[in-house]
Design a binder for this molecule. Structure first.
Ligand code: CTP
Ligand code: MG
Length: 172
């Protein structure tokens, strides 16, 4: 599956924990193009899992995203992006810099994500958290277009995610 992305865009990855967002980002973009919520929580709180640091972490993430977009650099946000207020912040940042907000949704079965999660030392939440995220994802799928995302790519299942290729569209 070819994913068309404008050569200058703010790309929001969207998916439950364990859906493979960070893995996908690592396969398709340079590390410096990817701003992850984990990384920014680590920066501001010395702990990538400290959820109480999320507000500060996202404030800094948006600041850096803004600087990158102002310089004409494609920027990918690696966070679950399952809450409408989180996505609204990204839409706002994209609009402020006159770039297109693009969503790439990684939609994997909850059971797949749960199996992966159990093998991760850095994730210790219980299954109910994942179930809630999965519910939030279903709701999110119906909201992305009206929120202002200009392109929405939904990759359904592990195979489609693995086969995805990014193709850049020239803006002019
Ligand atoms: N993984 C895998 N096969 C894939 C993608 C991911 O086995 N095709 C594994 C990764 O190695 C990792 C786990 O699944 O151990 C979760 O993948 P990750 O990319 O970290 O998922 P995220 O969506 O980034 O999860 P989180 O929101 O918790 O950061
Ligand atoms: Mg991740």
């Amino acid at each position: 599956m070819i994913i068309d992305v404008p050569e200058l865009a703010l790309v929001a990855l969207v998916g439950i924990s364990g859906s493979g967002k960070s893995t996908f980002a690592g396969q398709h973009w340079k590390p410096t193009q990817v701003l992850s919520s984990d990384f920014f929580r680590g920066l501001v709180a010395d702990d990538e899992n400290d959820q109480s640091a999320s507000a500060d972490a996202f404030e800094v993430l948006h600041y850096v995203a803004g600087k990158r977009l102002a310089a004409g650099r494609l920027t990918v946000v690696d966070a679950t992006n399952l809450q409408s207020h989180a996505r609204a912040g990204l839409i706002k940042t994209a609009r402020e810099h006159d770039v297109l907000p693009v969503a790439i949704v990684l939609d994997v079965p909850e059971s797949v994500a749960w199996e992966r999660t159990q093998g991760r030392p850095d994730r210790t939440f219980d299954r109910r958290v994942l179930t809630r995220m999965h519910r939030d994802l279903r709701r999110t799928l119906g909201q992305l277009a009206k929120e202002g995302f200009r392109k929405i790519h939904v990759l359904r299942g592990v195979d489609e995610i693995a086969a995805a290729e990014i193709r850049y569209e020239k803006l002019f």
